[in-house]
Design a protein around this ligand. Structure first.
Ligand code: AMP
Length: 315
């Protein structure tokens, strides 16, 4: 079983470098830094580093580390929460001696010497807790900081235990994690507090979205609109879920104008949308996916595909 092989491989390496995906979210940071804490707590002599471009909005979770290329020479590299190699943050991931992928997204891009992919898991953080449970009888130890990080990842990727990916196991893990000593209120503040400009942009979206009879909705966020609200493209991660509570909505898409491309963020409450994302060289989960297109003309094709998926969807 790969989980056992992963445990044994971790035991065998003194230097371990952990990566995650670009444009990180709480599960990317939580699984990456939570895994580090788990390893360091269990094997204090190991040199474990977490790398990737820092995201200021997630620094309340963990601080990324700067490392030289040489450190990779004898290192085990573990990539958390990243379906395809192109989205791994810090492309030095392949300089190590051995590469492990741990992820809960559909396994579209099989990379690494060892892979553990579980699409039934709500989050990669949930999987890291599985890893801990597996190693527990063998002396693996989880500390309060690891619990805080893994709990953050689970909360983030389940939309506070709301999404259908939330299973009995998710709740069981969460129930165990909250027995550790960390401040849940400040963790929620870190994840969910929004700045006033984001709140106003949310208002704009709620005032301007159009819901078609098919149950599809679209929002176009041009550079001009984002400038008006002083919001940047990365901030839109905090906005894309806002349409989920609208009665009758089945699936929606946000188009976000960036410097040389238009980012496509798809969300659904039923129709499968990662297949649409894949058509545009993107990917993701059946209910939350993303891609990029080159022009506003091309966004019309995405809208057409989403409209068809909504019309074809039988509740
Ligand atoms: P986002 O809208 O960025 O929160 O992404 C939603 C989901 O789709 C996440 O699981 C991402 O990993 C995935 N995703 C977003 N953009 C891409 C892309 N260009 N290629 C592959 N997966 C993506």
């Amino acid at each position: 079983m790969n989980i056992e092989k992963i445990i044994n491989t971790i035991k065998n390496y003194d230097t371990i470098i952990i990566h995650r995906h670009v444009r990180p979210d709480p599960d990317a940071y939580g699984s990456q830094a939570g895994l580090k804490e788990l390893i360091v707590e269990t094997f204090p002599h190991k040199n474990v580093k977490i790398v990737g471009e820092a995201d200021p909005s997630l620094e309340f979770l963990a601080k990324m580390e700067e490392i030289d290329d040489e450190l990779y020479q004898e290192a085990l590299v573990i990539v958390c929460d990243t379906a395809n190699a192109a989205r791994i943050c810090d492309q030095r991931y392949n300089l190590g001696k051995k590469l492990i992928k741990i992820d809960h997204h559909p396994n579209v891009d099989e990379y690494g010497d060892l892979m553990w992919v579980d699409t039934t898991s709500s989050s990669t953080s949930e999987m890291i807790y599985d890893l801990y449970l597996y190693g527990k009888n063998d002396g693996w130890k989880l500390n309060d900081e690891a619990a805080r990080l893994l709990y953050a990842g689970i909360v983030g990727d389940t939309g506070r235990f709301l999404f259908p990916s939330t299973s009995k196991k998710t709740f069981q893990h969460a129930a165990e994690l909250v027995t550790y000593n960390f401040d849940r209120s400040s963790l929620y503040d870190g994840i969910y507090n929004i700045q006033d400009n984001i709140a106003r942009m949310r208002g704009y979206i709620l005032q301007n979205f159009k819901l078609l009879p098919s149950g599809m909705s679209t929002i176009k966020l041009t550079k001009d609109i984002m400038e008006k609200f002083n919001v940047n493209p990365t901030d839109t991660g905090q906005l894309v879920g806002v349409l989920g509570d609208i009665e009758g909505i089945k699936a929606w898409v946000f188009f976000i104008e960036e410097t040389d491309l238009i980012r496509v963020r798809l969300r659904s409450k039923g129709p499968v949308i990662n297949e649409i994302a894949a058509k545009y060289d993107g990917g993701g989960h059946p209910m939350a996916a993303g891609a990029s297109v080159k022009s506003w003309e091309e966004t019309e094709n995405v809208i057409k595909d989403l409209q068809e998926a909504c019309l074809a969807y039988d509740e």
